[in-house]
Design a protein around this ligand. Structure first.
Ligand SMILES: Cc1cc2nc3c(=O)[nH]c(=O)nc-3n(C[C@H](O)[C@H](O)[C@H](O)COP(=O)(O)OP(=O)(O)OC[C@H]3O[C@@H](n4cnc5c(N)ncnc54)[C@H](O)[C@@H]3O)c2cc1C
Length: 410
C-alpha cells in the first residue's frame, strides 16, 4: 500500500508493505496537518524544511576554512548533506592569525594527532619588573600546536568526510531568492554560513551584526632558541600589553612563538616582547621564520547573527571570550552545533535554525565586566603588589588550569 505525504516543498510516497489502511490513513492525516501548519505559521517551528533539491549545487555553502567553518562542514557532511567550503587563501598554512593554543575542551573536540601538539602544564606569570610566580597543574593541561600543519590536517580530514573545499576562492557576493541563495554567481545553496572571521564579508553582504571591539595581536615564530623548560611565559603589564598580555613558549618542531596583544589604546610592540623574551631564553642563534597576527573580536556575540538561511558562526559571530580572547573552542563547539541544527531541519523536519538556535549562542555574562576592567588596565604598581598574593595565584590557577573555568572564565 502506498501512502501519499505532501508538504510545500516535497512529495513523498511511503510504502507500507505490511501496513493496514488505518496506518496509511493516519500517516496521511499527519502529513496533511504538518503541511497546513507550515502554510499557516510561516515563522513557526513548523516552517517547512528545505529538502535537498536539484536546483542547488550544494545544500550548504560555508565561507571560511578555519576552526568554525571546517567543523561545521565536517558535521554536515557526516550527516549526508552536500557541503562546499570557500576559502580565500590559496593554502591554509599561509597567513595564520592565531597562536593556536587549544584548551583541553577544544583538544577533545578536535582530536588532532599527537605529533601536532605539545602539552603545557605550567605557566610563569611575570610582572613589569620581571618578578614572577609559577602556576601549574597535574590534572589539567592545555596544548600548543603546530598551527599551520593543524590547519592542513583539518582540511584533509574534511575532504575525507566528503566536504568539497575550494581554496583561492573568496566568498564575494550572494543574493537570496526564495529558499535558494546564489553565491558568487555560479553556486546555489539552501544555507549559507559565514565562518569568515572577525571582519565577515557574509555579515556585510546580508546586513548582519558586525564586530566592533577588538584586540590586536602580533606574533613571531622563531627558530634557534634554547629553552630551560617547557612553560608558557606571560607578561602582565598594562602599559606594554594594554588590555591583554604578552606571551612566549616553545611549541612543536623546535619553534618558539613570541607574541603580544593590546586593545585599541596601545600598539602591540613585538620588538619589546622579543627583548623581554631574551631574558627568559637563550636567543643568540634565534631568527624569525614566520609572522602571525590579527584582530580578536572581544565585544561578544553580534546581533543579529542570522537572517533567514544565512548564519554566522565563530569569530564572524563574535564568539570569543571577552576575558581570555580564546575563540577556538567556541568556534569548534558552535560550528558543530549550527551544523546539527541545519541537518536536523533539512533531514528530519526539526524546527528551522532561527528557532532551534535561539538562546543557544554564548552570552559571556560577567566576562564583559572583566573585559572593561582589563581595558582600563590594572596599574603596574598594583600588579607588582598583588602578583605574590595567595588570592592572585589561586585566580591564575583557576583561569589557566581549572576545567570549570572552561565555562566560567575562559
Ligand atoms: C593573534 C591571535 C592569537 C589568538 N590566539 C588564540 C589562542 O591561542 N587560542 C584560542 O582559543 N583563540 C585564539 N585566538 C582567537 C582564535 O584564533 C579565533 O577565535 C578562531 O581562529 C576563530 O575561528 P574561525 O573559524 O571563526 O575564524 P578564523 O580562524 O578567523 O578563520 C576565518 C577563515 O575565513 C577565511 N576568509 C575570510 N574572509 C573570507 C572570504 N571573503 N571568503 C572566503 N574565506 C574567507 C580566512 O582566510 C580564514 O581561513 C587568537 C586570535 C588572534 C588574532
Amino acid at each position: 500500500m502506498l501512502a501519499y505525504c505532501a508538504s510545500d516543498t516535497h512529495v513523498q510516497f511511503v510504502h507500507l508493505r505490511f501496513g493496514s489502511r488505518k496506518q496509511a490513513f493516519s500517516l496521511y492525516v499527519k502529513c496533511l496537518i504538518e503541511t497546513t501548519m507550515s502554510r499557516l505559521m510561516v515563522d513557526s517551528p513548523y516552517k517547512p524544511c528545505c529538502i535537498p533539491s536539484m536546483n542547488t549545487t550544494h545544500d550548504v555553502i560555508i565561507a571560511g576554512a578555519s576552526f568554525a567553518g571546517i567543523t561545521c562542514a565536517r558535521t554536515l557532511a557526516k550527516r549526508g548533506l552536500r557541503v562546499c567550503v570557500l576559502e580565500r587563501k590559496e593554502n591554509v598554512r599561509h597567513s595564520i592569525h592565531t597562536t593556536g593554543i587549544l584548551v583541553h575542551e577544544a583538544y577533545d573536540l578536535l582530536k588532532p594527532p599527537e605529533y601536532l601538539v605539545r602539552k603545557i602544564r605550567s605557566v610563569k606569570l611575570y610582572s613589569p619588573s620581571m618578578k614572577h610566580v609559577d602556576v601549574s597543574s597535574t590534572d589539567y593541561t592545555f596544548y600548543v600546536t603546530d598551527t599551520p600543519a593543524l590547519m592542513e590536517w583539518m582540511v584533509a580530514e574534511a575532504k575525507k568526510d566528503g566536504v568539497e573545499i575550494r581554496l583561492n576562492t573568496p566568498f564575494e557576493k550572494a543574493e537570496q531568492a526564495d529558499d535558494t541563495i546564489r553565491v558568487n554567481d555560479s553556486l546555489f545553496c539552501h544555507f549559507l554560513i559565514g565562518a569568515d572571521g572577525a571582519r565577515s564579508r557574509v555579515a556585510e553582504q546580508f546586513g548582519l551584526g558586525k564586530n566592533t571591539q577588538f584586540l590586536t595581536g602580533v606574533e613571531v615564530e622563531m627558530s634557534g632558541i634554547t629553552h630551560r623548560d617547557d612553560a608558557l611565559y606571560c607578561l602582565l603589564d598594562s602599559i606594554t600589553a594594554r588590555g591583554y598580555i604578552g606571551w612566549a613558549f616553545p611549541t612543536v618542531g623546535g619553534i618558539t612563538q613570541i607574541g603580544i596583544a593590546c586593545n585599541d589604546k596601545a600598539k602591540p610592540e613585538i620588538k619589546v616582547m622579543m627583548d623581554l623574551a631574551a631574558q627568559w631564553f637563550d636567543m643568540k642563534d634565534a631568527h624569525i621564520v614566520a609572522r602571525r597576527g590579527g584582530l580578536i573580536p572581544v565585544g561578544g556575540v553580534v546581533t543579529p547573527f542570522m537572517k533567514d538561511n544565512v548564519i554566522l558562526v565563530g569569530d564572524a559571530a563574535g564568539m570569543v571570550s571577552p576575558l581570555t580572547a580564546g575563540g577556538i573552542h567556541t568556534a569548534l563547539h558552535y560550528g558543530a552545533m549550527v551544523a546539527e541544527k541545519i541537518a536536523d531541519h533539512v533531514l528530519s523536519h526539526a524546527p528551522h535554525p532561527s528557532v532551534s538556535l535561539r538562546g543557544l549562542y554564548p552570552k559571556f555574562g560577567y566576562k564583559h565586566v572583566l573585559r572593561i576592567i582589563m581595558d582600563i588596565g590594572i596599574p603596574n604598581a598594583i600588579m607588582e603588589m598583588t602578583l605574590f598574593s595567595n588570592w592572585f595565584k589561586r585566580l591564575a590557577s583557576f583561569v589557566f588550569f581549572s576545567r570549570k573555568s572552561g565555562t566560567v572564565l575562559r
